[in-house]
Design a protein around this ligand. Structure first.
Ligand code: PBG
Ligand code: ZN
Length: 333
């Protein structure tokens, strides 16, 4: 028989701070975090992204300094986004051998070979229309995003990233069949050792607002609800995940994170054996920053609580714009 009050007193275990530390179930570590970086231009000044305090569009020429800071903080893993000068209908900037992201990958590989370089594989930053795939059809609606024509171009992008030195490719477009296509393409090109982190469960979310200023990749018409998931759906998330697993995804992702803790939990419970990432997105980041700037919230406590909760829900690692701050907080710098 289990004890009840007064024999049972749950508060007993909460009195001593060291005991609280000993029995804590979930603890955030720096090696749980991936830092996103935005790369734009060869040279020039780094440009602060106004909607994302502390984040910049970084030119290749400033990467050395950036990587030095990141390395000193003990951050070991990056997710790279390229912001090209030139955008066109087919997003060709995404797979040029000397495109902005390919150059950035090569540079970072040479500066810090120990870093894990993940790359976002999508169309929207590189396409003039700002959608995550090839647009076909007369009326230019997002619903006319040509799924299968997009696959071929995603393969080219993923292979070009691997060729430049990416360690992990992360397709983010919610294109049906993208994992299968990219796996096949990578294998054919001699990159069977490169894992795929699929943005398996990506919602059509207002939380990506600040990011679109960072990548200059907002859709020029319509929105992404014809390919990203509806925020009311959780069971459908399991179908998305199942499809990716069958297609050969090495790691899964739920995005956004804070508003979809239930989905993280369900996916982890259904696929305990497959590593799961969660993307703490730009909007989730900027909301904490804005409230903290106003003095309405304790930034460190709020961010640590939210990130720990994402891990507690079931994420094995978290992509977050808070990685540098967490590194400083954990080491008291
Ligand atoms: C590109 C992409 C987006 C994000 C990651 N990759 C934007 C979008 O789908 O509109 C969002 C990241 C963030 O908000 O932090 N497909
Ligand atoms: Zn996209």
């Amino acid at each position: 028989m289990t004890a009840t009050f007064p024999a049972l007193r749950l508060r007993r275990l909460r009195q001593h701070p060291v005991l609280r530390d000993l029995i804590r179930e979930t603890e955030l570590n720096l090696n749980d975090l991936v830092l996103p970086l935005f790369i734009k231009n060869e040279t020039g000044e780094k440009q602060e992204i106004l909607s994302m305090p502390g984040h910049f569009q970084i030119p290749i020429s400033a990467l050395e300094e950036e990587i030095r800071e990141i390395t000193a903080l003990g951050i070991n893993s990056l997710l790279l986004f390229g912001v090209p000068d030139h955008k066109d209908a087919m997003g060709t900037g995404g797979y040029h051998e000397d495109g902005i992201i390919q150059k950035a990958i090569k540079k970072i590989c040479s500066l810090a070979p120990h870093l894990l370089i993940m790359t976002d594989v999508c169309f929207c930053q590189y396409a003039d229309h700002g959608h995550c795939g090839v647009i076909s059809g007369e009326n230019g609606q997002a619903a006319y995003l040509d799924n299968d024509a997009t696959l071929e171009l995603l393969i080219q992008q993923a292979v070009s990233h691997a060729r430049a030195g990416a360690d992990v490719v992360a397709p983010s477009g919610m294109i049906d069949g993208m994992v299968k296509a990219i796996r096949h393409g990578l294998d054919e090109a001699g990159f069977s050792h490169i894992p795929i982190l699929s943005y398996s469960v990506k919602y059509a979310s207002a939380m990506y607002g600040p990011f679109r200023l960072a990548t200059e990749g907002a859709p020029k018409f319509g929105d992404r609800s014809a390919y990203q998931m509806d925020s009311g759906n959780a069971i459908e998330a399991l179908r998305e995940v199942e499809a990716d697993v069958v297609e050969g995804a090495d790691m899964l992702m739920v995005k956004p994170a804070h508003t979809y803790l239930d989905v993280i939990c369900r996916v982890k419970q259904a696929y305990t054996h497959i590593p799961l990432a969660a993307y703490h997105t730009s909007g989730e980041f900027s909301m904490i920053k804005a409230a903290a700037e106003k003095g309405w919230i304790d930034e460190k406590k709020a961010a640590m609580e939210i990130l720990t909760s994402i891990k507690r829900a079931g994420a094995d690692f978290i992509i977050t714009y808070y990685a540098k701050e967490v590194a400083r907080w954990l080491s008291n710098i």
